[in-house]
Write a protein that binds this ligand. Structure first.
Ligand code: PMP
Length: 389
């Protein structure tokens, strides 16, 4: 039997066949003319996807956590005060990471599903003499989206650098880096950017670059040090070869294909599609009587949905039943509520058909779990939402 399980977790996602076939092209040397051209083009396209015409793109072989590390170690110096706008697991991770580099970290924490209000953040910025603020755009552990436009404006007002963890948002959620004044944003290839795991993608805005150039202490991580990487990125973009460490040649080929597809769809059209798919998914989940982790509808991301299990259902068994019905979903991640919810990813190349298949599989699993509902009501609501959009 063919493996036809649909992968609907919040990354890695289902990938487009053209992207996957780029991974299988014969590997060239990293100094070959066609690789130089593809890498150069990918760097140019990244600026358009991050909506940051004056940014410096950096592509590293690694995952989203390396992107967090790269931004952190290059911008933080021992003793710097950092404010972490914390909406879940990845805010916690950023705090630990930055402390490793000597930062004095203050977390603005909230109960699961909530997000720190702008006036609370402003209060902290006003009183804290922070050098840096980190925000997770979509915390994948809660499905909560933050108001990056509002937060970045506050950071500007108090002359604090803003770092956005866009791992679960870039190329799926609206993120206007330059227009909103975000100083650095990053993502990983396996999410809405639509490339198998293995690339960390950063966009360093002008203020962040200046802050890096004005460092008083050396960067305490050799591999991640931008001193090594900036000349390489600049060379490839100028269609010249350069070497610091071997780039992930085939992943870069695949990245260029995916970025080309993203730009062909158009950023606004792509964001709108993610909104429509998210609404259809959430309509289906709601019609089945399931609540969500985000405490308010406007806190809920468009790249994923985090439904709570109905009372009396064994979560692990339920997720496994959805899997047997043909759709792979993720369980909970945030420790205090881990067993209370599950997660659906709907980003990148996801379609309405994928959403309908997912809600259908959830209905099958709910029925098998003995949950009482009217069969088909979730799928119908998802369809109706898509028809209205
Ligand atoms: N930040 C967020 C918001 C994420 O969702 C993830 C991955 N789920 C990461 C950081 C870390 O990325 P990776 O697993 O690729 O290291």
């Amino acid at each position: 039997m063919k493996n036809r399980t649909l992968l609907m977790i919040p990354g890695p996602i289902e990938f487009d066949p053209a992207v996957l076939s780029a991974l299988g092209t014969p590997t060239t040397g990293h100094l070959a003319a066609d690789f130089i051209e593809e890498f150069g083009q990918a760097l140019e396209r990244m600026r358009q996807v991050f909506l940051c015409p004056d940014g410096q793109p950096i592509v590293l072989a690694g995952t989203g956590t390396l992107a967090m590390d790269s931004a952190g170690v290059n911008l933080v110096e021992p003793g710097d005060k950092v404010l972490v706008v914390n909406t879940g697991y990845f805010g916690d991770r950023y705090g630990v990471l930055l402390e490793r580099y000597g930062a004095q970290v203050t977390h603005l924490r909230v109960p699961p599903g909530d997000r720190p209000a702008l006036d609370v953040v402003e209060d902290a910025l006003q009183n804290g003499s922070f050098r840096l603020m980190t925000v997770t755009h979509v915390d994948t552990s809660t499905g909560v989206i933050t108001d990056i436009k509002g937060l970045a404006a506050l950071a500007r007002r108090y002359n604090v650098l803003s770092i956005v963890d866009g791992v679960c948002s870039v190329a799926g959620e609206e993120l206007r880096m330059s227009e909103w004044g975000v100083d650095l944003a990053f993502t990983a290839s396996q999410k809405a950017v639509g490339v198998p795991p293995g690339l960390a993608l950063l966009m360093v805005g002008p203020r962040a670059l200046q802050a890096f150039q004005a460092r008083r202490t050396p960067v305490s991580n050799y591999y991640a040090d931008w001193t090594n990487w900036l000349p390489v990125m600049q060379a490839y973009e100028g269609r010249k070869s350069s070497y610091f460490a071997t780039p992930a040649v085939n992943l870069v080929f695949a990245l260029n294909v995916s970025l080309g597809q993203i730009l062909q769809e158009g950023m606004q059209a792509r964001i709108n599609r993610h909104v429509r798919l998210s609404q259809a998914c959430k309509a289906g989940i709601g019609a089945l009587g399931l609540k969500q982790v985000p405490l308010r509808p406007e806190y809920a991301a468009n790249t994923m949905t985090a439904p709570r299990f109905p009372a009396g259902i064994n979560g692990a068994e339920f997720v496994s039943r959805v899997g047997k019905a043909g759709v792979t979903l993720a369980g909970g991640l945030l420790a205090p509520i881990r067993s209370e919810y599950f997660r659906i990813g709907h980003m990148g190349a996801a379609t309405l058909g994928d959403i309908l298949a997912t809600i259908g599989a959830i209905e099958i699993a709910l029925k098998e779990s003995g949950y009482a509902f009217q069969a088909g009501v979730g799928v119908q609501a998802a369809l109706a939402s898509a028809a209205d959009a």
